[in-house]
Design a protein around this ligand. Structure first.
Ligand SMILES: NC(=O)c1ccc[n+]([C@@H]2O[C@H](COP(=O)([O-])OP(=O)(O)OC[C@H]3O[C@@H](n4cnc5c(N)ncnc54)[C@H](O)[C@@H]3O)[C@@H](O)[C@H]2O)c1
Length: 387
């Protein structure tokens, strides 16, 4: 198949591109390297050095014999996106090409606007280009479980049947975002649903939980093929931060009471979920939603797992809950449905000791590169005088 990976220089995009390239698909990637600029703006960089996209594509070609085509440009530029679609004519579009961080979007006015324009306009351009150049292609779009928030009822997979004043309908599940970033994903979902309903496009919206893991079958084939690992407060996830803190010998710091509970997924399963969506496409006119995670943990549970595994490896790990920089429920009900990907055949790789062990060992290799200044939270959700 012809698969276009938007955001192909990113943490998930690059391993996804190699995965499909390795399985006899024609793969092209789009990126404008804006993430690398955002990293410089906040003073963070991935723990393990990342080769540039051209180098990675060259090494991949040398190793696999397969070509990955590169389109460099900005998804918010409608002309650029139009040209890419007209030239490549994808059958599948895997859309990772967005600003992915909640704290980044909460730095202030400028970053909130930048995040919303980047994500919402980029996705709108993708929808128009699909309509013009390849109306039968299948859009697989990365959303997040954070779109739903933490309602006091079970979370359904995108849609819910409701009965109201004696009448029934099937409507999109109500959303309550936790940041301006999460709001972009809600806006995207609404725009995509509209494109399916009105233009007959096909789309799968993957509401994904935080992803962990650094290695896939393809990244392990050469050191220059590895993908990014962020542990800073802006782009790093809680588990990554905790593992790095454990290795650095500083306290592991869950925010607030630490009862914030989320669904998590291994990077290997993320890519498998994309493959399952590719192999079982949405119908014409269908806006399909899958909740993409495999296990649920509270932040305190993650910290305890890191402590347990770290101590088995001889690290001395202390846990210290710190003031929460975010505005979020720290104790809440959480029971999201997530059966549709399992029904399609997903066999979850769980967060077990072996995986934590290998993550910690990999971090230990790069221990001298850890920058402790970027871990503790400085971005706060409440209003600040300058914003
Ligand atoms: N990593 C996670 O834990 C996670 C969890 C849930 C959802 N997601 C979503 O999955 C997607 C990928 O996440 P990631 O962790 O790989 O992020 P990432 O930042 O590593 O990758 C995104 C890539 O998109 C590119 N990009 C962004 N805006 C662009 C634009 N306007 N034009 C061209 N390229 C652009 C960036 O340069 C970057 O290389 C994001 O949409 C994110 O919100 C990620």
């Amino acid at each position: 198949m012809k698969i276009l990976v938007l955001g192909g220089d990113g943490y998930l995009g690059w391993p996804t591109a190699m995965y499909f390239s390795n399985r006899n698909n024609e793969v092209a990637v789009v990126d404008n390297f804006i993430k690398r600029k955002w990293e410089m703006e906040v003073g963070a960089s991935p723990l393990i050095p990342i080769a540039n996209l051209h180098e990675r594509v060259k090494v991949w070609k040398d190793i696999s014999g397969n070509e990955i085509k590169i389109y460099i440009g900005d998804l918010t530029n409608d002309r650029f996106v139009g040209k890419v679609f007209a030239d490549f004519r994808p059958e599948v579009i895997v859309h990772y090409g967005e600003q992915p961080s909640a704290p980044f979007s909460m730095i202030g006015n400028e970053k909130a606007v930048e995040t919303q324009v980047n994500n919402v306009v980029g996705t709108l351009n993708v929808l128009f280009s699909m309509k013009r150049s390849c109306p039968n292609s299948h859009l697989i779009k990365l959303g997040t479980m954070g779109e739903y928030g933490t309602p006091n009822i079970d979370i359904e997979e995108g849609w819910i049947n409701i009965e109201h004043k004696g009448r029934k309908d099937r409507v999109l599940f109500p959303k309550r975002a936790g940041s301006f970033y999460h709001l972009t994903k809600i806006h995207d979902s609404n725009n995509i649903e509209f494109g399916c309903r009105v233009w007959g496009l096909k789309a799968t919206d993957l509401n994904q939980g935080p992803v962990y893991g650094i290695e896939t079958e393809e990244t392990k084939r050469h050191e220059l093929l590895c993908t990014s690992f962020h542990y800073d407060e802006v782009f790093g996830t809680a588990l990554n931060r905790f593992c790095v803190q454990a290795v650095a010998g500083t306290a592991v710091t869950p925010y607030g009471k630490g009862g914030q509970t989320r669904g998590y997924i291994n990077i290997i399963d993320t890519i498998r979920c994309i493959e399952l969506a590719v192999l079982n496409p949405a119908e014409k006119g269908e806006f399909r939603v899958f909740n993409q995670f495999t296990e649920v943990f509270s932040v305190n549970e993650l910290a305890a797992l890191v402590k347990e595994q770290g101590e088995k490896m001889g690290l001395s790990v202390k846990i210290e809950n710190i003031q929460n920089p975010r505005k979020e429920a720290e104790e809440h009900y959480y029971n999201p449905v997530h059966t549709r990907l399992l029904d399609l055949g997903l066999q979850p790789h769980k967060l077990d000791n072996v995986l934590l062990d290998s993550m910690l060992k990999r971090i230990i290799e790069f221990k001298d590169k850890i920058n402790l200044d970027v871990i503790m939270p400085k971005v706060r959700w409440e209003n600040k005088p300058n914003n």
